[in-house]
Design a binder for this molecule. Structure first.
Ligand SMILES: *Cc1c(COP(=O)(O)O)cnc(C)c1O
Length: 388
């Protein structure tokens, strides 16, 4: 049987190979320390877990949920935006619930991309922007994120024909994998570009609550006129250590939110209502759990950056997210470097090439490992002379 062309065109998933390599080493008894995991190692806050237990015991949550999300959940999202950014949203028309933001990101191209249409996609980047464009029959055109440009796309370098053919642009700040941040000035340029070429902007704000050293990442919806042409994705996954729960949202222009909702109602049937009650609890009563999380990532980052600098590695502190994006020594590809470090030490660092060709020359280090293991990893690097 032949696969449909749409999946024949999907690039192979590099990280599947990596998982195999790690599993094999573990089976052989290697004590692996993996900095590859983009998933918080801390538990979901107790108040959220307790709300979930209570909600599961209530039979009214056991039926099919509403497609677009419970009104109370969408209201909690709108209230959160009001508190966090002073943005007013109509929970009925400008908020839609998602089964994790990945789900919404993956469905968005079905709303705006006809076969052959262009989506502008950051490179390096979260793989879903590109693959969802391909699944919708579109053509991803990569926007390089260069170090000399603070890992922001240079909009003046986008080919004019591509800009005209583009229906969608994906951006993601704070950024995975580079840890880079965007300011209001950059968002303003993006919105001007979008109006000029009639493009929908999809901003993935999954790390909006992980600003370090007091930095508060902005929302693109804070730009005047952004709402009509923008969808912003966010999620409870990273701020509340809820990656397994599958709950997120999209906000933005009424038409965009409606179109995403229309696709979704034909594919899924919404989020388990008990999970939505837990989500409401997280958004309304998170107390100091976010502050604690930020302190934790700051401490781990400082420990790693200081240790790696001592070994001569070219590493700078990230201003947000839980990723360090580190330049590798000359003479290696990122895959070779990652493999050599792993072979010598059992420490896994993700090769940048996995996030796109512009990721070559870098490795990503996730701060999802505790202090003790960070120190152990640094000791192993030093002992094995991985000093540059
Ligand atoms: C983790 C992550 C997400 C969030 O995924 P969920 O589906 O909400 O769990 C989205 N975008 C990026 C860039 C991420 O790293």
């Amino acid at each position: 049987m032949e696969y449909a062309r749409r999946i024949q065109n999907l690039p192979p998933y590099l990280f599947a190979e990596i998982d195999k390599m790690i599993a094999k080493a573990k089976a052989e008894g290697v004590d692996v320390i993996s900095f590859g995991i983009g998933d918080p190692d801390q538990p979901t806050p107790d108040n959220v877990v307790n709300k979930m237990i209570e909600a599961v015991q209530d039979p009214s949550t056991h039926s099919y949920p509403s497609y677009e999300g419970m009104y109370e959940y969408r209201k909690a999202v709108a209230d959160w935006y009001k508190r966090r950014y002073q943005i007013e949203l109509d929970p009925e028309t400008e908020v839609v619930s998602l089964i994790g933001s990945k789900e919404g990101i993956a469905h968005l191209p079905f709303c705006y991309i006809n076969p052959g249409d262009v989506a502008l996609v950051p490179d390096p980047g979260y793989p879903v922007y590109k693959t969802s464009t391909l699944l919708a029959g579109g053509k991803p055109v990569m926007m390089p994120l260069k170090k000399e440009n603070d890992f922001l796309p240079d909009l003046t370098k986008i080919n004019k024909d591509d800009a005209i053919a583009a229906k969608l642009m994906f951006i993601n700040y704070p950024n995975n994998p580079t840890g880079a941040v965007a300011d209001m000035d950059f968002f303003k340029q993006v919105i001007e570009f979008a109006y000029k070429y009639d493009i929908v902007i999809a901003h993935d704000a999954a790390y909006s609550e992980i600003g370090l050293d007091g930095f508060q990442p902005p929302s693109i919806l804070q730009i005047d006129g952004a709402r009509e042409i923008t969808v912003e994705f966010n999620s409870l996954s990273k701020p509340f250590n809820m990656t397994g729960w599958r709950i997120g949202w999209a906000i933005g222009g009424e038409n965009i939110v409606e179109s995403l909702g229309r696709i979704k109602t034909n594919i899924d049937s919404g989020i388990f209502e008990a999970v939505q009650y837990a989500g409401i609890e997280a958004l309304n009563n998170s107390g100091d759990s976010i502050e604690k999380m930020i302190k934790l990532y700051e401490r781990r980052r400082d420990l790693l950056v200081a240790g790696l600098k001592k070994l001569g590695w070219k590493v700078e502190k990230n201003k947000a997210s839980f990723y360090l994006w580190v330049e590798i020594p000359e003479g290696y590809t990122s895959a070779d470097f990652s493999a050599e470090v792993f072979k010598k030490t059992g420490v896994f660092l993700t090769p940048g090439i996995g996030y796109g060709s512009e990721g070559e020359g870098f490795i990503r280090i996730a701060l999802t490992v505790d202090d003790k293991r960070i120190k152990e990893a640094l000791t192993r690097l030093e002992k094995n002379n991985l000093i540059f």
